[in-house]
Structure formats: structure tokens, C-alpha cells
Design a protein around this ligand. Structure first.
Ligand code: GLA
Length: 412
């Protein structure tokens, strides 16, 4: 898989066309047939609102230029053959035999998405094809991706959403982006077994060029938000390349701690408390368990920071918006305990180099750091982080500028 390059909107369209052409050629070589089309869905970076989506809260991600691409065609025999250029592997399975957990590894996300589409009616999200409910059959899929794998930039959501869009459109189904996002989340929750929230799939489907998107994950309403004039502000991302540690088990543990806290406080979700005016400490005073109190405090204060950030960006106060991001990092480090030394060192180095604010982004335990910075300081930030990493004995990080880009789309 290729590493990240800096990419603007124009470069994304050019990149789409080039990828589509190269995937078309590779498809012919692998499957000795012509693809019916090529689809793409992006990875994401989350500006603020971390570990809030499974608490009915607010998130503010944007779609990256880096995407997963799928060339596809239908098959008549009910088989799925999927070849990944990044895994250099072909996996085959019968659509009828799909059950949760039946396929694992990278192909589990593909199989899970197809299973989720086929059984969409079971969860009240029925799909409509040209002649009523579609019968989703076999497909050949060729996959490539520019989303760094395992870096916390949602390569799995990009895979689910690109496959979901391709398979739906191949069968004449024009599902709402939000429906596909929910089916992709279900693939991950119920087929792969990762209890994620909806943020990653939602932004992969609904991302917009030049805008971050504020999502209320309770009402499921998206609201585009400008991050500022690109001549003045830019978003930098540090891929720490720190290995993910214990991510699945720890993520599930955080989620269940939030549910326990909400149950003990007598609310449906911690979001209900974020909406009140009282300070978090007062709202949490009746919670005896100190650990649960810290976890819940993160969620309540984080939801408030998201809304403050939206207001501050609208008022053009990027410095104060950046402070909210840095406060989010502190909260994730101290109350939520999902940061690692590599992310903390990157945040400190970025702040010292002059960014407005910086924080870990994504599920945590490794992955990436995101910063809001004055435009034009990529080179300075990059050398600041690299120097600090070298001094700490960490591996070399990747530092790049990211601009909000389009969500899932057909590219050929
Ligand atoms: C992962 C999950 C998301 C979200 C983030 C943390 O990326 O997939 O649903 O919970 O972690 O904000």
C-alpha cells in the first residue's frame, strides 16, 4: 500500500482517474474480464469529538483525500472473489454461506459488508432495487487503497463503504448514504466483532470537499463546517506509526465503562448529561467509582468541546479552537487513557513548533495525531516531530497536510 502524499482537491480527482485506469487494467489481469465500474470511499481524520459517537454525542471528522478503490462486476454463480492489491491475496466465498465471523482478516470487512447488505431488512433498513427487494448475488472485486492501514485513519470504514457502494450500485440499489453507513457499521459490529460507533462510516459516506462535518450521532444529522480559510489555516496529521496495542479489547472496555456509568446515573446515554448546564463534576458526583467518573467526565466535556469548537471556528477564532483540541488530548490522556507515549510526544512537539492545537485522533492506543495550524508550517512541524522522535528513540513518523475531501463516490 502506498504511503501518504499531500493531496489537494484537484489532485484527488486526478488521483481518482489514475487509480480507476490502473485498477481497470489490474482487474482484467486478475479476473480476465472487464469491470462494470470503479468506486471509492475515503479514510478520515477526526478534528474533535473522540469516543463520543457510541455515547450518542458529537463528532467533527473530515474525509481524507486518501481512499480505498474497488473495481467490480457481477457474477452469476453466487460466488465472491475478492483480490486485494495491498494484501496481495485473493479470497473466495459463497454469498449464501456468509455468517458473522465466517471470513476473517482484511476480507472479513468485505464479506461483512456483503452480508450486511443482504440481511439489511432484518434490521429495518430494507434496500430497494429496480424490481423491489434486490437479491444480492456474486461479485468479482479488485481492491486497492491509499489509506494507510492500521494508522487509525479508518481504512476499515473506507473498505466497507467502497465495497458497499459498489455492490449496491451493481445491483441497481440506490441506498441513502446514511443507510449504507449504518449497514457498514453493522458489518463491523456484528460480522467482524468490533463494537465501533458510526463516525467513521458516516464520514466515509458523507464527506465533503473543503468541509469538516459536525455529526450529532443521536439525531444522525450532518452539518458541514468550514475549518477556516486554507490561506490561513491548515490541518496537519502525524502518523506516529506506533503499533496499535490491545486496541480492540481496550476499545470495548471503554464502551462498556461508559454504558455502566450511564446506567448508574440513570440516563440512556452520557450525551443526556452533556446537554445540561451543570459542571461535569456536579453531574458525576453520585458516581462512586473513580474510574467510571473519569471516563464519563471525558465524554461529557468532550461533547461540550466539540460544540465550542464549532462556534469558535465560525467566529474565526482558530487559536481558541486549537486550545479545545489540546484540551481534548489532555482529557483523552488523563481521563480516558487511550494515548501512548508516541502520540503525547507528537502533540508536545507540534505545540512547541507553533500549531494552534493538537490531539490524538481516532480510537487511540497508537495511530495518528491531528493539529490545527497556521498555513504553511508543515515543514517546520515535520522537522519538530521528527527531531523529538529521534531523541525519544521512536521510529520515523509520517507528517502531512490534509484537506477535507469527497465522500464515497463512483469514479469510473
Ligand atoms: C474508532 C471507532 C469510532 C470512534 C473512534 C473514537 O475510530 O471506529 O466509531 O468511536 O474510534 O472516537
Amino acid at each position: 500500500m502506498s504511503r501518504i502524499d499531500d493531496a489537494s482537491g484537484d489532485e484527488v480527482s486526478r488521483g481518482d482517474a489514475e487509480r480507476a485506469a490502473s485498477l481497470d487494467g489490474a482487474f482484467r489481469r486478475v479476473f480476465a474480464a472487464e469491470p462494470a465500474g470503479v468506486w471509492a470511499a475515503p479514510g478520515r481524520v477526526n478534528l474533535i469529538g473522540e469516543h463520543t459517537d457510541y455515547n450518542d454525542g458529537f463528532v467533527m471528522p473530515f474525509a481524507l483525500p486518501q481512499s480505498t478503490y474497488v473495481a467490480a462486476r457481477r457474477r452469476a454463480d453466487g460466488q465472491v472473489r475478492v483480490h486485494s492489491l495491498f494484501a496481495e491475496e485473493t479470497v473466495e466465498f459463497a454469498v449464501d454461506a456468509l455468517r458473522p465471523g465466517a471470513v476473517d482478516g482484511w476480507a472479513g470487512y468485505v464479506a461483512g459488508m456483503i452480508w450486511s447488505l443482504r440481511t439489511a431488512a432484518d434490521v429495518g433498513l430494507p434496500l430497494e432495487g429496480p424490481g423491489g427487494a434486490p437479491v444480492l448475488g456474486g461479485v468479482d472485486l479488485l481492491i486497492d487503497s491509499t489509506v494507510p492501514h492500521g494508522a487509525g485513519l479508518s481504512s476499515s470504514a473506507a473498505l466497507e463503504c467502497s465495497v458497499g457502494l459498489a455492490v449496491a450500485e451493481l445491483h441497481g440499489v440506490s441506498a441513502e448514504p446514511l443507510t449504507l453507513a449504518r449497514l457498514a457499521q453493522r458489518a463491523e459490529n456484528d460480522f467482524v466483532g468490533m463494537p465501533c460507533g458510526l463516525m467513521d462510516q458516516m464520514i466515509s459516506m458523507l464527506g465533503e470537499p473543503a468541509r469538516a462535518v459536525l455529526f450529532d450521532t443521536r439525531s444522525l444529522t450532518p452539518r458541514p463546517v468550514s475549518v477556516g480559510d486554507p490561506a490561513e489555516v491548515e490541518v496537519l496529521v502525524v502518523d506516529t506509526r506506533a503499533p496499535h496495542r490491545l486496541v480492540d479489547g481496550e476499545y470495548a472496555a471503554r464502551r462498556s465503562q461508559c454504558e455502566q456509568a450511564a446506567a448508574q446515573l440513570g440516563v440512556a446515554s452520557l450525551r443526556a448529561l452533556s446537554d445540561l448546564d451543570e459542571p461535569a463534576e456536579e453531574l458525576l458526583a453520585s458516581l462512586d467509582d473513580e474510574l467510571l467518573r473519569r471516563r464519563a467526565r471525558h465524554v461529557i466535556t468532550e461533547n461540550r468541546r466539540v460544540l465550542e469548537t464549532v462556534d469558535l471556528l465560525a467566529a474565526g477564532d482558530v487559536a481558541a479552537a486549537g486550545e479545545r483540541m489540546t484540551a481534548s488530548h489532555r482529557s483523552l490522556r488523563e481521563d480516558y487513557e487511550v494515548t501512548v507515549p508516541e502520540t503525547d510526544v507528537a502533540v508536545d512537539a507540534l505545540l512547541d513548533s507553533g500549531v494552534h492545537g493538537a490531539r490524538i485522533t481516532g480510537g487511540g492506543f497508537g495511530g495518528c495525531v491531528v493539529a490545527l495550524a497556521p498555513a504553511g508550517m508543515l515543514a517546520r512541524a515535520r522537522s519538530a516531530v521528527r527531531d523529538r522522535y529521534a531523541a525519544a528513540g521512536f521510529g520515523e513518523p509520517e507528517v502531512f497536510a490534509a484537506s477535507p475531501s469527497a465522500g464515497a463516490r463512483r469514479v469510473a
